[in-house]
Design a protein around this ligand. Structure first.
Ligand code: SF4
Ligand code: F3S
Length: 103
């Protein structure tokens, strides 16, 4: 699953769609972690979609990631500033791709 200490163990390498991206990034195979308060490890996400479908405040949007080995789309935590820390997405993701820093 996602490293919950990614913000100390990784470098922020830029932003995409308004959210932080934490490296290493080497597209199309390595896409890093997207977001900070709500963080999605793009290299683990398999596009299950349960997070996006069930988030009560619609934090996530789909983005296309052609030629990534795990899935051809991922969820961007585009509206992470609206997160209410319910932890549903963390609990429901089948591959533990999401970390929410509720502290
Ligand atoms: Fe949405 Fe809850 Fe996940 Fe925040 S913790 S992104 S509100 S499902
Ligand atoms: Fe990806 Fe997990 Fe959501 S696989 S689409 S982060 S439920």
């Amino acid at each position: 699953g996602i490293d919950p200490n990614f913000d100390s163990n990784r470098e922020q390498v830029g932003t995409e769609n308004g959210v932080d991206v934490w490296g290493p990034v080497d597209p199309p195979e390595k896409l890093g972690i997207h977001g900070t308060h709500v963080a999605v490890d793009y290299d683990i996400c398999i596009a299950d979609g349960a997070c996006l479908e069930n988030c009560p405040v619609d934090v996530f949007t789909w983005v296309d990631t052609p030629d990534h080995p795990e899935s051809e789309r991922k969820v961007e935590p585009t509206y992470e500033d609206q997160c209410i820390d319910c932890m549903l997405c963390v609990d429901i993701c089948p591959v533990d791709a999401i970390d929410v820093d509720a502290s």
